[in-house]
Design a protein around this ligand. Structure first.
Ligand code: DX5
Ligand code: ZN
Length: 216
């Protein structure tokens, strides 16, 4: 099980120092890119990813919550993203978009909003490295985990077994030390957590507590 702290809840005026706090304990750095169209919030672009890349070697997990992601894949790839995840809902030609990400030598992920069915991924699962299940409606940190998504994670996990595929399952939104075990038990390989980590008084210690909570 891997932990990907989301910098959405970090202090953007002190981003370098905040990421340093979790650098040694995190497995990936989750970077939320929002365009004010696909989601009602605006965050960061490739220049920030590029700036951070100079200071950190941990894998950058870039979650694109933007319309027309094809237009920006090259820039994010060149900025130092390791995994680029697009939303199924934002891609008219999802297969082409996934191939484009892979064409830059990056891992390709696809994400589903809470109300979007797993069925929509039926013909792309074999092509992706990761599926990101949103457990809140994307746009903001600090929202409540939508409990009915546990079933969706379980179903995806079963589907992966049935189809004998090896994509990773990442889960994002509303995860904390109290519900993380259930999320992992349902089938998550990668846990994203923003507010639970960066709003805590000791982010590195909180990551350790996440790992302990899973082992309990
Ligand atoms: C929400 C983002 C998440 C967010 C999670 O749209 O995709 O990555 O940062 O934040 P928490 O963990 O606070 O729900
Ligand atoms: Zn995210």
């Amino acid at each position: 099980m891997k932990i990907a702290p989301s910098i959405l809840s970090a202090n953007f005026a002190n981003l370098l120092e905040d990421v340093k706090k979790i650098e040694k304990d995190a497995d990936l750095l989750h970077i939320d890119v929002m365009d004010g169209h696909f989601v009602p919030n605006i965050t960061i672009g490739p220049v920030v990813v590029k700036s951070l890349r100079k200071f950190f070697s941990l894998p950058f997990d870039v979650h694109l919550m933007i319309e027309n992601p094809d237009l920006y894949i090259e820039e994010f790839a060149n900025s130092g993203a390791d995994i680029i995840t697009v939303h199924q809902e934002a891609c008219i030609h999802l297969h082409r978009t996934i191939q484009k990400i892979k064409g830059y030598g990056k891992k390709a992920g696809v994400s589903l909003n809470p109300a979007t069915s797993l069925e929509t991924l039926k013909y792309i699962l074999q092509d992706v490295d990761m599926v990101l299940i949103m457990t809140v409606n994307p746009g903001f940190g600090g929202q409540k985990f939508i409990d009915s998504m546990l079933k969706k994670i379980e179903e995806l996990n079963k589907l992966r077994e049935t189809l004998k595929l090896d994509f990773k399952i990442e889960v994002d939104g509303g995860i904390n030390i109290h519900n993380v075990k259930e999320v992992v038990r349902a089938g998550a390989d990668i846990i994203v957590a923003g507010s639970a980590i960066f709003d805590s008084s000791n982010p590195a210690q909180t990551i350790k507590e996440f790992r302990e909570a899973i082992e309990k």
